[in-house]
Structure formats: structure tokens, C-alpha cells
Design a protein around this ligand. Structure first.
Ligand SMILES: Nc1nc2c(ncn2[C@@H]2O[C@H](COP(=O)(O)OP(=O)(O)OP(=O)(O)O)[C@@H](O)[C@H]2O)c(=O)[nH]1
Length: 340
């Protein structure tokens, strides 16, 4: 087995809500070159689902507490990496040679990387690796217009990976790639199709954009020049997350009608919906995803990720009252046996 490097690279996998980070991460972990990476997943939602969707469960897969890495849970990130390092030193976990951090879709990437540099222990054992940013070919145009987080994720990337090209027209993809080139001319730009060599995304840690800025900056970890200004608040005001748990199996048709109506009416304010549902008459759970008005194909999971057989749906909304969403879901009688 290859030796543990003197400085273990920490790669950041970022990208706006629902842009395909977990999908890409799953693909990366299936590549032999990356099979020995430790993974830290951070989610904005109250109930973490991504670690179930990655379908790898071992002691080098860590779910960070809910909250955003770039502000609320920075110290938890440092603590989790310190803990992994200490367990690796004592032979308690497999000798991982890389750490991949999947951030929330709202994270500002730079503070996440500077956490490694600012930590007195970590800076002697870890080094910022490449930053990989997924960009959703369907929704990125509107997100770049409206959310500074999306612009900063693009601007700091070493690799920009455009996802959902299979759903987008050629003209739209060409306009998006031109815009990405203007925002970040230095990044390597790829399409997330079957030709993408995922091992290449983490191959060169020598001249990463954020890593270079961090190594040249002093204790306060100055940003690379040219990043879009942060907005006054940490995250665009009004963005919030909540989850709904449904105890009984769900009526799939009623749920589909309800989600379609919700997104038709409020799509631009429903930034993300994701869930694991127990469907009436189905033994296996179903994962559902939507990103603004785009509803993705539901996926049957092989197994329930835990003993919990209830349905959990996580919402990330911008300026939409959670109570309105909860009331309307129950009014649609999606829960079998419920009466409205
Ligand atoms: N058609 C298509 N669907 C994709 C592609 N990439 C991701 N998806 C789908 O997009 C949805 C969201 O993907 P995720 O990988 O969960 O996105 P994410 O960025 O991890 O989401 P958050 O962590 O919530 O921000 C899922 O239904 C994926 O199957 C792609 O290239 N093509």
C-alpha cells in the first residue's frame, strides 16, 4: 500500500445547491485512485441525507454537523480533520491519502480552505488541494445572477465541472461556458459526462488557486485577488432550511401532484428539495431531488440507509414560509391513511 504523504491534500468539492456535488463525489470515490480518500460531508439542511446517497459507510466518512462550513461549523471541520489525523496516526482508520470535503451548496469556499491553514496542527500535516466546483447547466445562469456564493464558488475553482449538459440545449451550455471563462479564466473546464477523468480533478495540487493565495498570505489568510465581494450578510438574507418527516408511507401520486404545484407556484423560491421517501406498496425507498423548477428522475435506493423507515424531505427556500409548505403538504393527504 502507498505511504501516507507528508502533507495530505484536502480537496474541496463545492458548487451551488443541487448542482451535482454528491453525484460527482460518488463517481470520484469509485475511481481506484481515489478509493482511499477520507470524506467529510457538510449539509445545510436540518437532516443530513447526502452521506446516505453516497452509499459508502465507514469510519473515514464523516458527516459534519448541520450548518454552513464557511461560517457556523468551521471549528467542527478543523476538529473532524484533527480527529481523522489522530486516528490515522494510531492505526484506527485506514491510512487515507487525501481528504475530500463536500461543502453545502451555499458555502463560501475560501474560509473553508483557510481553516486548514489557520489551524496550528493541521497546517503541519495537511495542504489545500484543488477546488472542484460543479456548475448546473440548467440553473447556473439564474444562480450567478442572484447569489454571490455561486460567483465565489466559480471564481475560486481550479476545476469547473459543468453538470446536467444532457438536459440543456447546446446554445445554453455555450453561453454558460463563456460566462464561466470570464469569471475564472484559469480554471480547467470540463463536462460531467462519461468521458470525464475524475482522478484528474485532484491530480495537481502544486499550483491551486486558493492554495497559492494561502501560501503567500500571512496569518489572516488573504483571499486570491479578483474574487467577487461577499455580500454584507454571510448568506443571502432569507435563505433557510427546514425538513418534514412523514411517519406513514407516502401516496406517490398525491406527492407528485403536490410537488409539481408547489414548484409551479413558488419554484424560484424553492432552491432545493431532497428527500428519501417510503412509498406505499414499495419495499425500497425512493430518493427525490429538485432544484428550483427542475425535478430530477426519482431513484430507487437498494436499501433503507438506517432503521428509520419514515420519509424525510429537506427544503432550502429563499423567502418562503416553512409553515405554508408544511400545511400544504398535509392538506394534499400525501400520507396514506391521512384525511384532509
Ligand atoms: N440529468 C442529470 N442529472 C444530474 C447530473 N448531475 C446531477 N444530477 C441530478 O441532480 C440532482 C442533484 O444532484 P446532487 O448530486 O444531489 O447535487 P448536490 O450538489 O450534491 O446537492 P446539494 O448537496 O443539495 O447542494 C440529483 O437528482 C442528480 O441525479 C447530470 O449531469 N445530469
Amino acid at each position: 500500500m502507498a505511504e501516507v504523504p507528508a502533507f495530505t491534500p484536502v480537496n474541496l468539492l463545492t458548487g451551488f445547491l443541487g448542482s451535482g456535488k454528491t453525484t460527482l463525489l460518488k463517481r470520484m470515490l469509485a475511481a481506484p485512485a481515489l478509493a482511499d480518500a477520507a470524506v467529510l460531508i457538510n449539509e445545510f439542511g436540518e437532516v443530513g441525507l447526502d452521506h446516505h446517497l453516497v452509499e459508502r459507510i465507514d469510519e473515514t466518512m464523516v458527516l459534519l454537523p448541520s450548518g454552513c462550513l464557511c461560517c457556523a461549523v468551521r471549528s467542527e471541520l478543523a476538529e473532524a480533520v484533527r480527529d481523522l489525523h489522530s486516528r490515522r496516526e494510531r492505526g484506527l482508520v485506514p491510512p487515507f491519502r487525501r481528504v475530500i470535503v463536500e461543502s453545502t451548496g451555499l458555502a463560501d469556499p475560501f474560509p473553508v480552505l483557510s481553516t486548514i491553514k489557520a489551524d496550528p496542527l493541521l497546517r503541519h500535516h495537511f495542504v489545500p488541494g484543488t477546488v472542484i466546483t460543479t456548475v448546473d447547466a440548467i440553473n447556473a445562469g439564474a444562480e450567478l445572477d442572484d447569489y454571490v456564493e455561486s460567483n465565489r464558488q466559480v471564481a475560486v475553482a481550479d476545476h469547473l465541472v459543468v453538470t446536467k449538459v444532457d438536459l440543456a440545449g447546446e446554445g445554453g451550455v455555450a453561453r454558460l461556458t463563456q460566462r464561466l471563462r470570464r469569471l475564472n479564466p484559469d480554471a480547467v473546464l470540463s463536462i460531467a459526462d462519461e468521458r470525464l477523468d475524475v482522478a484528474q480533478l485532484v491530480a495537481d495540487n502544486s499550483a491551486t488557486r486558493a492554495g497559492t493565495a494561502l501560501s503567500q498570505s500571512g496569518f489572516f489568510c488573504e483571499e486570491p485577488p479578483g474574487l467577487p465581494e461577499r455580500s454584507a450578510g454571510r448568506h443571502s438574507a432569507g435563505i433557510s432550511s427546514f425538513s418534514i418527516t412523514v411517519d406513514k408511507p407516502i401516496d406517490w401520486t398525491a406527492f407528485g401532484v403536490w410537488l409539481t404545484m408547489l414548484l409551479n407556484r413558488h419554484g424560484e423560491r424553492v432552491l432545493r428539495v431532497k428527500g428519501i421517501l417510503g412509498i406505499a406498496g414499495e419495499a425500497r425507498p425512493v430518493a427525490i431531488h429538485s432544484v428550483q423548477r427542475l425535478v430530477h428522475m426519482p431513484q430507487h435506493l437498494e436499501n433503507w440507509p438506517s432503521e428509520d423507515r419514515r420519509s424525510h424531505v429537506v427544503f432550502i427556500v429563499d423567502g418562503l414560509d416553512p409553515e405554508l409548505v408544511k400545511r400544504s403538504l398535509h392538506a394534499f393527504a400525501v400520507e396514506t391513511g391521512a384525511s384532509n
